[in-house]
Design a binder for this molecule. Structure first.
Ligand code: FAD
Length: 475
């Protein structure tokens, strides 16, 4: 049949991966169509992920800081939270950003097609058109013929099969809706998303329990960072249950009853007013009829790609959450640029050495590159330069002298291969360590770089100085 639209580049999905890919493709001169089922651009990240969570976490951070201020002689009145206005604030933040994206798409003449896309062959996608707001299909179908395609269809929340449908049981999207503040809340899953939402609800007044199957919170991060975070967060939690599973959930009018099993499981069922299920995300690879285009999808729904983001079908690329871990916006954006550049004939590769991870909790925890856990597991010989913030003038002045910064070096090459920070603004500061790793810096490069005083960022220079002596014999 005949196509309704023809284009050089079709991008499927308009999350951070998709819109970045579409914009770069258009900037490189390709006539680009962007297909998105939702009314707004921005995907999970802008609509129900990174951005709304940070809008709420900022409020949590201010509340947390203010709560310590009576110690320094400054007191505020009782905290009053108007959930409607807080929600409106969050919506406004999202609206500014998604509106901005629409403008950027228009400016680049990227044609946005609203609707759900499925492949019909290796050069056509059929879109079930949605009206925009409300997102119901209109019944109209549009066939788009493309020369090249970038799949950026993202991921969805993982559901636990034994958990019933009930308005008090939510996923991250439901939690971000901020319908009410429960008295007692259970967070299932001790990863970044679960702990960020725990921070928000605790700041708004909820008592929190966390249950995690693994043997620690924030898997992936070094334990010394997490230990400091835990100490600062003891006041939020009634129970942190590690190596424990949720095995049964019963909804009753007076509360949600939850049964646990494992090392730290309480003997009795526990009653909650709200339960957040944050046990991970799964890729959308099986939901786009990829097989019709000949694109291979793994059992788990991932699409495998090479270093140029190509799938097994050479003119079809894939990026973002759908191609693998870590499922982070900045990884997807980076891959998007590679895919768009390769598709337009440039020689690009995904060759980032490291991808930083950040928990935007209170305080923040950030890490990048090789961790101590990883070095131990692989037998890699490392040196660790640690700078406790108890020796930082700015940290003491700011009341965050519990934090620390560490750098991890390769014992042989003396290059910096990893780092971690716990404390306010850790996420902003990890960028410097990321750059240092990408540029192959040794401790002298950082130690001899003049950092502004007094800042928390200085701690990176100080951590490097711990190891500078070891490098003086380098050529
Ligand atoms: P997505 O953002 O998932 O976008 C995919 C888009 O494709 C969606 O808009 C979807 O509607 C659309 N789509 C899918 N299939 C089709 C189809 N067949 N037809 C049409 N459209 C389709 N990451 C960070 O880096 N930092 C953070 O602070 C952070 N916080 C997070 C907080 C929460 C609560 C959550 C849930 C996630 C967070 N993430 C964070 C992860 C981040 O949101 C994802 O890594 C990122 O959104 C992935 O981008 P993507 O472009 O691959 O896919």
């Amino acid at each position: 049949g005949k196509a309704d639209i023809e284009c050089e580049m079709l991008v499927l999905g308009a999350g951070p991966g998709g819109y970045s890919a579409a914009f770069r493709s258009a900037d490189l001169g390709m006539q680009t169509v962007l297909v998105e089922r939702y009314a707004t651009l921005g995907g999970v990240c802008l609509n129900v992920g990174c951005i709304p969570s940070k809008a709420l976490l900022h409020v949590a951070s201010v509340l947390e800081e203010a709560s310590h201020f009576s110690d320094v002689g400054v007191s505020f009145g009782e905290t009053k939270v108007d959930l409607n206005r807080l929600r409106a604030h969050k919506e406004k933040v999202i609206g500014k950003l998604t509106g901005g994206l629409s403008g950027m798409a228009k400016a680049r003449k990227v044609e946005v097609v609203r609707g759900y896309g499925n492949f019909i062959d290796a050069n056509h996608v059929e879109v079930s058109v949605t009206a925009g707001e409300g997102q119901d299909a209109t019944g109209e179908k549009k066939v788009i013929k493309f020369q090249k395609c970038i799949i950026a269809a993202g991921s969805s929340v993982v559901k636990l099969p034994f958990i019933p449908e009930d308005p008090r049981i939510v996923d991250s999207t439901g939690a971000l809706e901020l319908r009410s503040v429960p008295k007692r809340m259970l967070v299932i899953g001790g990863g970044i998303i679960g702990l960020e939402m725990a921070t928000v609800y605790s700041a708004l007044g909820a008592r929190i329990d966390v249950v995690e199957m693994g043997d620690g919170l924030m898997p992936g991060a070094d334990r010394d960072l997490v230990k400091v975070w835990e100490k600062q967060n003891l006041h939020r939690f009634d129970k942190i249950m590690l190596k424990t599973r949720t095995v049964g959930v019963t909804c009753r009018p007076d509360g949600v009853l939850v049964k646990f099993d494992g090392d730290q499981a309480p003997a009795d069922e526990q009653k909650y007013d709200m339960v957040l299920v944050a046990v991970g995300r799964s890729p959308n690879g099986k939901k786009i009829s990829a097989e019709k285009a000949g694109v291979l999808v793994t059992d788990r729904g991932f699409i495998q790609v090479d270093k140029q983001q190509r799938t097994n079908v050479s003119h079809i690329f894939a990026i973002g959450d759908i191609v693998g871990q870590p499922m982070l916006a900045h990884k997807g954006v980076h891959e998007a640029h590679v895919a768009a550049e390769v598709a337009s004939g440039l020689k690009s590769y995904f060759d980032a050495s490291v991808i930083p991870g950040v928990a935007y909790t209170e305080p923040e925890v950030a890490w990048v590159g090789v961790t101590e856990i990883e070095a131990k597991a692989t037998g890699r010989k490392i040196g660790v330069g640690k700078f406790p913030w108890a020796a930082s003038g700015r940290a003491i002045a700011n009341g965050c002298d519990y934090g620390f910064t560490k750098l991890i070096f390769d014992e042989e090459t003396h290059r910096i291969i990893g780092g971690g920070i716990v404390g306010p603004n850790a996420g902003d500061m990890i960028g410097e360590i990321t750059l240092a790793i990408e540029m192959g810096c040794d401790p002298v490069d950082i130690g001899k770089t003049i950092h502004p005083h007094p800042t928390l960022g200085e701690s990176i220079g100080m951590a490097a100085e711990v190891f500078e002596g070891a490098c003086t014999d380098l050529p």
